[in-house]
Design a protein around this ligand. Structure first.
Ligand code: DQQ
Length: 537
């Protein structure tokens, strides 16, 4: 019945029912976006994996088609796992994906569209040459850690290159393969990159970003105008980490500015500091941008997932580019999302005093888009932080009343009387005489149902608050809060399952739980229309 479906999203991608995980093989073909994803046609838990398929003209409204790739060959009888699309010469898409073969070994297969005149690319044909890459005694590849081929990139030598995620003992590895024809692949002696102690590298992604500006470039671009990004999904940590570096194509060597060895230090970056995994980018040459897609798992119990009949959503597709500092990426929800905005509410600038709570009325607060900007003139009142502390731990000690500058931000999915709420906020410290900004999403009070994972998430965010405004945007959608701090310099996605703050009973507030006042320089909020997530053709 409908109370079982309280947590379905109105504009974050999900199919009508069942389990979903990784986005696979995103591409644009003849003006249409194609999204494939890991899907269990038979239930709300992981298993029986096929590539489900949806198409879109705007990355917001989607139409489902029949699954594109499903077990049918000895090389994939036990599952069609993650992979990527590459547009080959003559605008011909090809998909490389991991098959689980009859021995339960992981191998790499290829599939092509049956009919290139069909803009929907409904039917995919597998090559009789599959598998194209497999673990052997000679190559010493671990047959249960060899998966998730990337999009190919073409070198100036005319050879295609791809990566396959792997591990050797506990060393995470991005194995490099090269091919002249995209069919016959040779494993390179040296991986493109590896790092000890990081465990299995799932869903690697390797792509260039312009040094300057927000435009994206083709995956094969390589010149003085670009830097390269290597992202891996660390199975051991269940987070997506990335490195920025230089790629020497002649030597096939990637030299990152910092190493993964520093995981959990301030130098290793994540796409998202909340629940977010197995992401993948593609180059949208229609709009000259690079788009990032990612999977968000549930925070509810498996029993609850089975009861509601589904599990997993995707984030709003994000444009991604290099920040002008060169030290990190910036992500921002695609502009097409703004077509869903309705009932614009705009509040005049005002100072939010210490302890003040300001209700934001006039929108559907369980299905909304909110942007708020703060101004901080000095850090006199900020608390001093002597030594670097794990931001996630600082965040979990931060949302109650504090002495100093913040916490301030938004209370979303708040129930009347605040029996339930999720707080997304900043707190500013004085660290070595300079401001240090903490960005948090605290789920600890989000639901009276304590069966959910209520972990608090957080990160430091590189915003110079004395010179620039400090902004927060939250995309609120029934059971997800996808937040962007510092105009996309950090994002935190959280899943929450309120029992009181549902539909019309959800309230939205701006709050300041510090002692010092902070100025809200702008506040814009909108209700969001329902997207057609499973629309008809
Ligand atoms: N999910 C797929 C794998 C991948 C993992 C299986 C990451 O190919 O390594 O569903 O979530």
């Amino acid at each position: 019945d409908s109370t079982d479906q309280l947590y379905r999203t109105a504009y974050h991608f999900q199919p009508p029912k069942n389990w979903i995980n990784d986005p696979n093989g995103p591409l644009i073909y003849k003006g249409l976006y194609h999204l494939f994803y890991q899907y269990n046609p038979k239930g709300a838990v992981w298993g029986n994996i096929v590539w489900a398929h949806s198409i879109s003209t705007d990355l917001v409204n989607w139409t489902p088609l029949d699954p594109a790739i499903f077990p049918s060959q000895p090389s994939d009888v036990n599952g069609c796992w993650s992979g990527s699309a590459t547009i080959l010469h003559g605008n011909k898409p090809a998909i490389l994906y991991t098959g689980i073969n009859k021995f339960n070994h992981q191998v790499q297969n290829i599939a092509y569209p049956k009919n290139l005149n069909d803009p929907f690319l409904r039917e995919w044909i597998k090559s009789p040459k599959n598998p194209l890459m497999e673990p052997t005694i000679e190559n010493k590849i671990n047959a249960s850690s060899f998966r998730d081929p990337t999009t190919g990139w073409l070198g100036k030598d005319g050879h295609w290159r791809i990566l396959v995620g792997s591990k050797r003992n506990t060393r995470g590895v991005a194995i490099l393969y090269k091919s002249k024809d995209f069919i016959n692949w040779n494993k390179s002696k040296h991986p493109l990159h590896s790092a000890k102690g990081t465990g299995m590298w799932e869903c690697p992604d390797f792509f260039p970003v312009l040094k300057i500006g927000k435009f994206g470039v083709d995956t094969s671009s390589n010149n003085d105008d670009v830097r390269h990004v290597l992202k891996v999904s660390l199975d051991d940590k269940k987070h997506d980490y990335y490195l920025i570096g230089s790629y020497n194509e002649g030597k096939d060597k990637f030299t990152p500015d910092h190493g993964f060895e520093e995981v959990s230090s301030e130098h290793v970056l994540r796409y998202d500091y909340g629940k977010y995994y197995a992401s993948k980018t593609f180059f949208d040459y229609g709009k000259n941008r690079r788009i990032l897609l990612g999977w968000v798992n549930e925070s509810s119990s498996v029993a609850d997932d089975i009861k509601k009949g589904w599990s997993g959503i995707h984030t709003i597709p994000r444009a991604i580019w290099l920040h002008k500092s060169g030290k990190q990426l910036v992500q921002w929800p695609v502009l097409e999302l703004e077509k869903l905005r309705l009932n614009h509410v705009n509040l005049p600038a005002k100072v939010l005093k210490g302890g003040e709570l300001l209700q934001i009325n006039g929108i559907t607060a369980a299905q909304a888009d909110v942007e708020i900007s703060f101004e901080v003139n000095n850090i006199r009142d900020a608390e001093v932080l002597d030594k670097w502390t794990d931001p996630q731990i600082l965040c979990s000690q931060s949302s109650s009343r504090k002495n100093g500058l913040g916490p301030f931000g938004l209370l979303v999915f708040a129930s009347k009387g605040l029996k339930e709420f999720t707080s997304v906020f900043f707190r500013i410290f004085k660290h070595q005489q300079k401001p240090l900004v903490l960005f948090c999403s605290d789920q600890s009070r989000s639901s009276l149902n304590k069966d959910n994972d209520l972990t608090t998430y957080g990160t430091f965010i590189d915003v110079d608050v004395l010179r620039e405004k400090l902004s927060l945007r939250s995309l609120i959608d029934h059971s997800v809060v996808e937040s962007f701090g510092g105009e996309g310099r950090a994002s935190i996605t959280a899943r929450v399952y309120p029992t009181l703050a549902i539909n019309d009973k959800a309230l939205l507030y701006a709050f300041n739980n510090g002692t010092a006042g902070v100025k809200i320089t702008s506040l814009n909020a909108w209700s969001m229309k329902k997207a057609q997530l499973n629309g008809k053709l």
